[in-house]
Ligand binder design. Structure first.
Ligand code: TPP
Ligand code: MG
Length: 559
């Protein structure tokens, strides 16, 4: 037992939980903690400019490292409420994240006083858990517990709220031990036998892999299964990086953000091994649009609620998808490629995939200005190193990129997933770079989405976080203007945006800026930025007509 200030005890608890990087935005309700961080030279502090971006950064950090990211939201009330979207995105992504934030003093709670907003109620639906520390000497216990909860089972964001007066105490404290490592569990032999029978009876089985493989670091085990049985791998939306894109069995992403080859495999499958995926909206639209109604589905997910939720399934398993893939690979006899029963199907899919790649290269060769976004993706395929990590936003230019970028090292893609928010990509890229400083991080987004987060250019420069942001400027809220074009007879209202030259703003901030209008210039700028190693913004003028209406389910064409 040692007597220490509660600020120091909180920092000691962070250390016990394995924290080395702290994202934060300060506020008076947590200053004791800040004062303790002053002496904590082993914890790197990254001060951000908006709480929501801080939450996105810590979310991305958690996704990349698979240990919870930490955001200290210094201020009770307004500070906490500013990060609601970032928490929601983390929750939807099963991303491990811990936020520590203040509360008004206990003697003022319930008076609707200074900065008192009902944080608990606001944050509850967008988090896995919200905890209020009731007593000063329990601060360390609550912090370590938050890390355990964030990182267990279905991972997610956990908020620890600390009334500001608790920090005024010195406490006798024993810092709890760090949370235990979670292991994947095992799979029953009878279950494996049932899956084996279904596979052997199938004519066109596919593996459909999702977040559970990616976040569970199950890719190698998934590939062992795919290779042993010669099964093509399709992925759910936002997880096209589950295996390297040049793998012989890789088909890419299913659905509107994906490609017709992967979607076609699912439409023609008679057995889908859905590993670590909910078969969610952006892949299936909850319909038999990209999945055959005749297909038997074996679904594995860590979240019991997700299993069998959107589609009737033949067999459901609650558990770690990589563990199940490994157990199945071990259980099954190998099928050499030349006599796998689905050999002809596989040969066709490989041919279709080659054709798709050729079409994309042709489309990426568009001459002329303004640039077609496909040109940018094609150039990234040429120059991005194999360990590049991409982040994208939910605008049309980001969504079009989803299945077109060169993913080789898992994880290589972070997106807002079902949250489908804009203003995610730039901040997430910074968090990813802090998590993986040696990997090149390239963030793509539209002019609208970047405008929401451009304050973080200062964060990148101040803390030397050298990501490369490619802002595709089409002068519009592109995803939305596409609907007005396609469904509302081009009656444009609210759809155009005017932006400053973001490259120039980045230069003024102290980083590097590039302005791109012609074919070849994106590749040059990316190469230059990677060599220079400074935070960089590439402002690319792209074709305003190259917008796609992705979601058409509730829209009726107007005459
Ligand atoms: C936080 C948030 N606000 C608004 C939206 C609705 N929305 C989706 S895409 C989009 C347009 C995005 O424009 P931009 O970032 O320029 O990308 P573009 O579509 O032009 O490529 C908007 C407004 C959203 N998804 N998230
Ligand atoms: Mg735009």
């Amino acid at each position: 037992m040692a007597k220490m200030s509660c600020g120091r005890a909180a920092v000691a608890a962070l250390r016990a939980a394995g924290v080395t990087k702290v994202f934060g935005l300060m506020g008076s309700s947590t200053l004791e903690m800040y004062d303790a961080l002053y002496d904590a030279k082993d914890l790197a502090y990254i001060g951000v400019r908006h709480e929501n971006c801080g939450a996105h950064m810590a979310d991305a950090y958690g996704r990349v490292t698979q240990t919870p990211g930490l955001f200290i939201c210094g201020q009770a009330g307004p500070g906490s409420i500013n990060m609601v979207l970032g928490l929601a995105a983390a929750k939807m992504a099963y991303s491990p994240l811990v936020v520590i934030t203040g509360l008004p003093a206990t003697e003022h709670l319930g008076r609707d006083g200074f900065q008192e907003i009902d944080q608990h109620t606001v944050l509850l639906p967008v988090t896995k858990r919200v905890m209020t520390v009731p007593r000063a000497d329990r601060i360390p216990e609550f912090i370590v517990e938050a890390f355990r909860i964030a990182n267990s089972g279905r991972r997610g964001p956990v908020v620890v709220m600390i009334p500001r007066d608790l920090f005024n105490h010195d406490i006798d404290v024993e810092i709890p031990r760090s949370p235990p490592e979670m292991l994947g569990g095992t799979v029953d032999r009878d279950v494996l036998e049932r899956i084996k029978e279904m596979i052997l009876a199938a004519k066109a089985p596919v593996i459909h892999a999702g977040a559970g493989i990616k976040w569970g670091r199950g890719s190698a085990r998934l590939l062992a299964l795919a290779e042993k049985l010669q099964l093509p791998v399709t992925t759910s939306a936002g997880h096209g990086d589950v295996v390297a894109i040049d793998h012989a069995l890789y088909a890419g992403t299913v659905g509107p953000r994906g490609n017709p080859v992967a979607s076609g495999l699912m439409r023609e499958a008679d057995l889908v091994l859905a590993l670590g995926t909910r078969l969610g909206f952006n892949t299936t639209r909850y319909q038999y649009e990209n999945i055959s109604p005749q297909a038997k589905i074996v679904q594995v997910d860590i979240d019991p609620i997700a299993v069998g939720r959107y589609f009737p399934i033949a067999l459901g398993i609650v558990g770690d998808a990589g563990t199940v893939a490994a157990a199945l690979a071990e259980f099954m006899k190998a099928m050499p490629a030349e006599n796998a029963p689905w050999r002809a199907r596989n040969e066709k899919f490989v041919k279709d995939r080659q054709q798709l790649a050729q079409q994309r290269e042709a489309s990426g060769n568009h001459a002329g200005t303004p640039l077609h976004p496909d040109v940018i993706y094609a150039e990234l395929r040429k120059v991005a190193p194999r360990d590049a990590l991409f982040t994208i936003d939910a605008g049309t230019t980001g969504l079009q990129a989803t299945d077109q970028l060169p993913y080789h090292t898992v994880p290589a893609l972070l997106t807002p997933l079902d949250c489908a928010s804009i203003g995610f990509s730039y901040a997430a890229g910074l968090g990813a770079k802090v998590a993986a400083p040696r990997r090149p991080v390239i963030s793509l987004m539209g002019d609208g989405g970047f405008g929401m987060t451009m304050g973080e250019m200062a964060t990148a420069v101040m803390h030397d976080i050298p990501t490369i942001a490619i802002v595709m400027d089409n002068g519009a809220w592109g995803s939305e203007i596409a609907y007005q074009r396609d469904f509302f007879n081009r009656r444009y209202i609210g759809a155009h945006v005017h932006s400053p030259r973001f490259d120039e703003v980045m230069k003024l901030t102290g980083g590097s800026g590039y302005f791109v209008t012609e074919r070849g210039e994106t590749a040059d700028a990316v190469n230059h930025a990677m060599k220079e190693g400074k935070p960089a913004v590439i402002h690319a003028k792209v074709d305003p007509d190259a917008v796609i209406s992705f979601r058409t389910d509730a829209l009726k064409k107007r005459a």
